[in-house]
Ligand binder design. Sequence first.
Ligand code: TGC
Ligand code: FAD
Length: 397
Amino acid sequence: PVPFDWKDPLGSHHMFTEEELAVAETAESYCQERLLPRVLEAYRNEEYDPKILEEMGELGLLGATIQGYDCAGVSSVASGLITRAVERVDSGYRSGQSVQSSLVMGGIDEFGTKEQKDKFLPGMAKGKILGCFGLTEPNHGSDPGSMESMAKPHPTKKGYYSLSGSKTWITNSPIADVFLVWAKLQETGKIRGFLVERSQCPPGTLETPKLGHKNGLRASITGMIQMDEVPVAHEMMFPDVEGLKGPFSCLNSARFGIAWGTIGALEDCISRAREYALERKQFKNNPIAKYQLVQKKLADATTDAAFGIQAALQVGRLKDEGKIAPEMISMIKRQNCDRALVGARNLQEIFGGNAASDEYHIGRHVSNLFVTQTYEGQSDIHALILGRAITGIQAFV
Ligand code: TGC
Ligand code: FAD
């Protein structure tokens, strides 16, 4: 028998390849050495440094599963290990990274023309071009199929669409150079993907105000995309994908990344709560780690983290073999977000009054994990996706 390792209770590391372990090591070192020292100030002041994406780009951490275009071309499991490392520091940092990588670069790689890929992917891989993904609208969040954003033939510019509408709660929008916007094409009423470049928008057609004073995800930047007759060249539309299949295909990869990331956040909570419980003494000079109720909180969270990684690993392997159903991703996204939130919230109690201080980091994770449970499909929506697959009956409408 080997000794039990509370940091890796089910021995997951035995199931990663050498390359995956090397990627994880690079990501973990960067995140602990360069991101962790910045996170408290960033979270307090609600500031996101766009240089972070450039730093990640230098290490090959952006769009890491994409082959070519200066991307690393690693496995889905390796990309999961990256998001786990980033979210171990903060969900907001993972948000910035996964929007760039999975939602925008992933979308361009899967649906873009050769010209679109050549134009955007190498710069995005280096973090020199920043992207955002506009699906949610003020009146349509869980139900993006009802979106109102519309692309019409441009009244004066031949070969252009005119794009109008409003997107909200968009990660990276205030700092983005390129916007992957989903809108209905007036001619067909079908949803299409458009690549809008900030530098090409005439004054007054594109505004991206920041949404400030957030309760969570304060170390990421979030805003709106307000489009008023933005001219978009025909060749900036994804040519062959229409309907919700487009955005949801991008979301499959991002939701997969969140399933790994939220376990990283939970693992950080476990590590910090364990250390605190061993040091903090109450009642006859006993460490609170001696008390059964405290041990149960640690046992529950550690079990959820270990199961969460195993499930994400299984889905990652199937993803690379082309054998996943989207419902598998709904299952791990929902389960890992939910368990990470519950676990972090229970572990928060171990810190007593000190949990109220941001220097113990636990409150920040709890606030962030509420958001992760909400974006990219709120947990109840994923329950309905699973319920539909189990019963054959659709319960959304
Ligand atoms: P439904 O009838 O289910 O599907 C419509 C079409 O889409 C296809 N499809 C998928 N394709 C690929 N992958 C998937 N996961 C897919 N899910 C559906 C489907 O096959 C169909 O294709 P076709 O060709 O037959 O038209 O559509 P519905 O309108 O009934 O959908 C309902 C529901 C609830 C499943 C869906 O709307 C949903 O998932 N809502 C949640 C919304 C959401 O996730 N928004 C995310 C916004 S982006 C974001 O939050 C980024 S945060 C990032 C960060 O900061 O980290
Ligand atoms: P609603 O759809 O109004 O849902 C509210 C509640 O009602 C939820 O609990 C939901 O589960 C429930 N509900 C809704 N319909 C049903 C139903 N049929 N049955 C049962 N329950 C139901 N979006 C982007 O496009 N790009 C981004 O980059 C992005 N980044 C984000 C960053 C942050 C910090 C946040 C907070 C959000 C972000 N979002 C982004 C938006 C996010 O995806 C949406 O908030 C999410 O999809 C939920 O939509 P909603 O907020 O409109 O909630």
